[in-house]
Design a protein. Sequence first.
Length: 471
Amino acid sequence: MHQQISIAVVGSGYVGLVATACFAEIGHRVICVDNDEAKLRTLEAGGVPIHEEYLPELLSRHRGHSIEFTSDLRAATRAAQAVFIAVGTPQSRTGSADLSYVDAVASEIARSIDEYKIIVEKSTVPVYTNEWVRRVVERNGVPRELFDVASNPEFLREGTAVADFIHADRIVIGTDSDRAADLLRRIYEPLTSGAYYRSGTTVPGCCSDANRPPLLQTSTKAAEIIKHASNAFLATKISFINVVANICEAAGADIEEVARGMGMDTRIGPKFLRAGVGYGGSCFPKDVAAFRHVAEQLGVDFGLLKEVEKVNEEQKRRFFQKVRSALWTFRGKKIGVLGLAFKGGTDDIRESPALDVVRQLLHEGSIITAYDPAATERAKEVIPPAQNMRYVDDPYAAAQDADALVILNEWQEFAELDLKRLHYTLRYPIVIDGRNLFDPAKMTEHGFTYLSVGRPGLSHTRDAAVGQRVT
Ligand code: UGA
């Protein structure tokens, strides 16, 4: 029988809310703290402010029993054995992570510590943050023996965050204290002992009693670096494959074949080798910049990450040129857009390459009809509906009478479109696909002019404009 631990999670964003739901799901008591009263009311009333698979189910199962929502950080701290900080660490003007929320929360936590607690960084933070948190807490008069600071980074992807938590590749706990390590191990024990999977999880995934997630214990600093380095490495992998895609395009090879061949090498692995319009989201752009900044502060030249960022920007620009190559001019052209979120499976539009492309199309005078299965409402907040910007709730409505269809993220729904219907819905059967969702041969068979990323076909900028096949 595992031990129930009292946990406070500060922040009810993607990370905080998922952690809240999942800690409760594996048997703990969780108080989720936020200072946004309207959001708390929504959560208390059963609402779920973000689109995340399994999150509504888990919240409704545990709300009112083992999950509580509050704005009272002090009371939550007093009630908890472990306080997880999951507030935002946005990018500052210099590129470094803005840690003012972490600082404010640490001071507030310090004011209510009257017995031993661990303070756990869950937000992505630069190395040395744990030392700052420790100093802040000490400055507020808390004796050193009453607290420890640990780092427990999350590796959740938006859209599959709940499954990523329950079926983790690894659980990293970074701490320099045995007492804190022991408490963190007990928190994750339902997963690492297999007990949770034996009880029958409703969240499908790769872990089971026979295949339990490994727990890696490191120093606090190493855990902080693991998080930044992992995100920076994945972003590097994407920029790398995007450049290889550009080589394929110029050479007349197929990036999908090349990525498959590379990915079969177990040292490389098949994941994160999907070429496209570049990476986006609330993590990669910010974390690459922050990690580069950390390196700089430590006197280490990480110019590689500058290149990674440059390639990512260039990838969006190249894609836009590809659209131009198919349409020649933009003024007055009607363009259907599929995908607004930074990737499929989420409603998050932060740093979305899709919105960059849409803005550019509007700037050049196109008339856009856009569809995304989940991100429309959020997109409307930053690109309001207008005469030249219409949002629709069906992919075929986006394609209706359009001069071309542009695909900007990888929802499964897009890959399953009825090609015959799509063909007669469009005014001209031109599809420019930034996520390689379709087989070029099949698209040609259906009569489309089809441009994608790093694949033979009507993809060469100059030749595409005059309608010749490159290979
Ligand atoms: C990312 C990491 O994958 C998580 O491990 C991490 O916990 C999270 O950041 C975070 O730090 O919070 P996420 O931002 O949700 O997760 O999205 P990813 O699925 O990693 O995709 C990031 C971007 O890369 C998207 O724009 C996606 O379309 C793009 N991408 C991804 C590619 O262009 N090609 C690929 O092969 C994979």
